[in-house]
Design a protein around this ligand. Structure first.
Ligand code: AMP
Ligand code: MG
Length: 501
């Protein structure tokens, strides 16, 4: 290993997870790579974290974010966790190819985990090589940063570095390391790891850690763990509602891929849906459709039940298990209500409804069902609807042209306009609001695929940079960028995505 990296302005590490003790992780150093080269550095995020972008957007930064040099103040470790994968329990997963460099406290006072992914084997690697292929790294970079720009809680991407080494997947492919930033990488699976070992003390220690770090408001509650469970449920309900409103399909909602802090984590075979289908699945490994689009809310609830189970000993008052179970069940049943609430308020924004009416849910569901009957492009349809919010009805074709059989959508539009008559916003305001809920640019599968091909096959990263740049302003029309808003032509449709591990 090379010596520690020396920076004029050190990265402001302040590591707390390491203080939990060695049952929570394995300490180790990332494995140096052959020829690190920065593909993309997120200067804006680096600055927001209190890092010096100039000194890190450099060969030295490439070394650090490839794992070849360990920066001053880092205390690298691989986190231990378990997880239910496709319903079956694995008692030991852990960071098999990720390494937590440490945490930084940003100038805002917020604490963030800085994690390398693809930085070499760890004690949790099992048969894996601890590496990441460039394709999935670029994919995660684009999708997580797009999600952030779309306003969805998510891990951020700080850096993507080419390693100059090949990794073996179906064939030899170039390797890369991505640096991800989260308000915490503690997962449902982290709690399960200790719970499955019957280590209630560790579960308690972890819960206290999470409360202090991510849910400080609940510390004063009569039973902080009960309040924690309630808030984790609420954050997940809000998160999944956001996914649904954007046509986002995570693809691997295993409990080890569900963040306790309520952010979208672990971008694998995830995808934004093109043509709308309630049952859409892209992931090649999801053969039963367990993680299909419409299953995401019930699966999130299923995962939260696994989380609640780990907390049961901490929810007890005295010896009364039944009361603890009843409390957990009551909170878990609340998931659906929270989810429905967040879903409906988001759909009202998408439809331009500032007032609340009982029939709004049926109106929103009716629109989705129409999209489903003809597999109409989800993003284009909602964006077209926002155009109609401030246009005479002779413009209806921008939406109706997406349908082969326009009768049903014409009837729906008539209902929608009747409903709009009950609104008080003027049409221009309504349109503005709708455009902020209905993006033009999303990381469409065929676009992501094309930039990965250019990077992997030709070493050309320009298409990646251009797509990344367009996705930073998803709600605003950008001149000359029309091609990025278009659904795929039939021959461009991506039917399957891969996790690439
Ligand atoms: P994922 O499905 O990507 O969330 O990963 C599930 C588990 O497999 C985690 O414990 C990962 O760390 C591990 N894993 C995935 N890919 C690799 C790899 N290439 N090398 C080592 N471990 C891996
Ligand atoms: Mg994972």
């Amino acid at each position: 290993m090379k010596s520690s990296a020396y920076l004029m302005k050190p990265i402001p590490f302040d590591n707390s997870y390491v203080k939990l003790g060695p049952t929570f992780y394995a300490r180790l150093h990332p494995e140096p790579v052959a020829a690190p080269r920065m593909i993309h550095f997120n200067r804006e995020l680096a600055s927001a974290l209190g890092m010096e972008a100039d000194s890190l957007d450099s060969p030295m930064g490439a070394d650090i974010f490839a794992g070849s040099q360990v920066p001053e103040g880092a205390q690298p470790l691989a986190m231990a966790y378990a997880g239910h994968q496709f319903g079956g329990f694995s008692p030991q997963l852990g960071d098999g190819r990720a390494i937590l460099l440490g945490e930084v406290v940003a100038p805002t006072g917020e604490r963030y985990d800085i994690q390398l992914k693809g930085s070499g084997p760890t004690p949790f690697s099992r048969n894996g090589d601890g590496r990441a292929a460039m394709g999935p790294v670029l994919r995660e970079y684009l999708l997580s940063e797009a999600m952030h720009a779309l306003g969805v809680p998510t891990t951020r991407a700080l850096a993507a570095v080419a390693t100059g080494e090949s990794v073996i997947r179906d064939s030899l492919v170039p390797g890369a390391v991505i640096t991800r930033v989260a308000t915490s990488f503690v997962r449902v699976g982290t709690f399960e790891y200790f719970s499955a070992q019957g280590n209630v003390d560790a579960v308690k220690q972890l819960a206290d850690y999470v409360i202090a770090r991510n849910y400080p408001d609940v510390a004063a509650a009569e039973n902080p763990c009960e309040a924690l469970l309630a808030q984790v449920i609420e954050r997940q309900a809000a998160l999944i509602a956001r996914w649904m409103q954007l046509g986002f399909i995570h693809g691997v909602m295993n409990t080890d891929n569900m963040s306790i802090a309520g952010e979208t984590i672990d971008y694998g075979p995830c995808a934004f849906m093109d043509g709308f289908d309630h049952h859409q699945v892209y992931s090649s490994i999801d053969r039963q459709g367990r993680y299909a689009y419409a299953n995401q809310p019930p699966i999130a609830q299923w995962n939260l039940i696994r989380f609640a189970e780990t907390l049961l000993p901490l929810l007890m008052r005295g010896e009364d298990t039944r009361a603890a179970v009843a409390t957990a069940e009551r909170l878990l049943n609340g998931f659906i209500e929270h989810y429905q609430h967040h879903w409906l308020s988001g759909m009202r924004q998408k439809l331009g409804l500032a007032q609340k009416r009982d029939a709004d849910r049926a109106l929103a569901e009716g629109f989705l069902d129409l999209l489903a009957t003809e597999n109409v492009d989800f993003t284009s349809a909602f964006r077209a609807l926002s155009l109609l919010a401030n246009a005479p009805s002779d413009q209806d074709h921008v939406l109706t042209a997406l349908f082969a059989q326009p009768q049903a959508i014409n009837a729906w539009l008539e209902n929608w306009r009747q409903r709009l008559a009950e609104e008080t916003d003027d049409a221009a305001t309504r349109q503005q609001k709708m455009q902020l809920a209905n993006p033009i640019y999303i990381p469409r599968n065929h676009l992501v695929e094309a930039v990965i091909r250019a990077a992997e096959d030709e070493g050309d990263f320009e298409p990646f940079h251009r797509l990344h740049s367009v996705l930073q302003q998803p709600f605003e029309e950008q001149p000359g960028m029309g091609a990025y808003s278009q659904p795929p032509r039939p021959e461009q449709v991506v039917h399957q995505t891969f996790c690439g591990t």
